[in-house]
Write a protein that binds this ligand. Structure first.
Ligand code: PEP
Ligand code: MN
Length: 343
């Protein structure tokens, strides 16, 4: 249930409603919006709401319109803006996160970071722990990779995003990274969601390979109900019968999520299409679909990449893409920063 307070409700009136709900066994969670406060009641810990609607300051009581609650617009009508360094994700700017699939060496990551920065990218990606389909594939440089990421941040000032693949790794990875990434394969790893939910650090939750939008929003609910409110969602393609692309990019998910939820939405065209030929088109389509940003793979020498080379852009292709995105983003009233120099 959701208890909507009047715009004119006082702090004392709000406090009284919350106290009464607690006395009746509920666990009320207020959200102080720009216009008014709403109180969400998520769990069925109490059952007596009689008289609450008539209390001073209360406007109305209504059920949530969906199974997800804290991530819904019912609970928080205003968009969530996640601040990472001096970049606001989910605000006006269209944010580009880019970098290699995996961190392979200092030279590989630093050269990529410089190009990402020079072309106007705002966040550097790079996997240090790689969840690979085959146990014989490159698994990542692990802590060494995290150190290289931190060095690239130090040099370029770009915040970093890297994946966490298990709950035990949360303290280690959280110490290094600015954004914690939960990968598609772990979207419903509830122990991991709970561990990341206890952190107070931005998180990007990627859609599972075979998950519905509702399942993704409920996974995000684990993070938020755990106390982590800095959640971003990522559409990265889902598995369908189509084999021309690695996955099928569900761009309509952007529109659906934007209406249902206040959380920022990022698109990952690289993992969605899985081939370099289609990445740029889908990046541009993501701008038009209303995404808050994209996350894409870039590599100094894709043919030699230890993972996902076939979908990684070269430096030149990345520079060209960024140039083509800028006017589209401007047309959508989502400015992008000017490049430091022409790439
Ligand atoms: C990645 O970002 O490198 C990755 C493994 O993505 P996903 O979890 O979407 O497959
Ligand atoms: Mn990858």
């Amino acid at each position: 249930m959701i208890i909507v307070m009047k715009e004119s409700a006082t702090v004392a009136e709000l406090g009284h409603v919350i106290k009464l709900l607690e006395e009746r066994g509920f666990n009320p969670r207020p959200n102080h919006g720009a216009q008014r406060t709403v109180i969400g009641i998520m769990e069925a810990t109490g059952n007596d709401l009689s008289g609450i609607a008539d209390l001073p300051g209360v406007d109305q009581i209504a059920p949530f319109s969906s199974s997800f609650k804290m991530v819904s617009r019912d609970f928080k009508p205003e968009p969530t803006v996640v601040q990472v360094g001096d970049t606001a994700i989910g605000g006006q700017e269209f944010v580009v996160m880019a970098g290699p699939c995996g961190v392979e060496s200092t030279e590989q990551l630093l050269s990529t970071a410089r190009q990402v920065k020079a072309c106007g990218g705002r966040v550097l990606r790079g996997g240090a722990f790689k969840p690979r389909t085959s146990p014989y594939s490159f698994q990542g440089l692990r802590e060494e990779g995290l150190k290289i990421l931190a060095a690239a941040r130090q040099e370029t000032g770009l915040p970093i995003i890297t994946e966490i693949i298990s709950p035990e790794l949360v303290p280690l990875v959280a110490r290094y990274t600015d954004i914690m990434q939960i990968g598609a394969r772990n979207m419903q790893n509830y122990a991991l969601l709970e561990a990341v939910g206890r952190e107070r650090k931005p998180v990007l939750l990627k859609r599972g390979l075979m998950s519905t939008i509702e399942e993704m929003l409920l996974a995000a609910e684990y993070l938020m109900s755990g106390g982590n409110t800095q959640v971003m969602l990522c559409e990265r393609g889902i598995r369908t019968f189509e084999r021309a692309t690695r996955n099928t990019l569900d761009l309509s998910a952007v529109s659906v999520i934007k209406r249902a939820s206040h959380l920022p939405v990022i698109v990952d065209p690289s993992h969605a299409v899985g081939h370099v030929d289609y990445v740029a088109d889908m990046c541009r389509a993501s701008v038009a679909a209303g995404a808050d940003g994209i996350i894409i793979e870039v590599h100094p020498d894709p043919a030699q990449a230890l993972s996902d080379g076939q979908q990684s852009l070269t430096f030149d292709a990345f520079a060209e893409l960024m140039e083509s995105l800028r006017p589209l983003a401007a047309a959508m009233k989502r400015p992008m920063p000017e490049p430091a120099r022409k790439g």
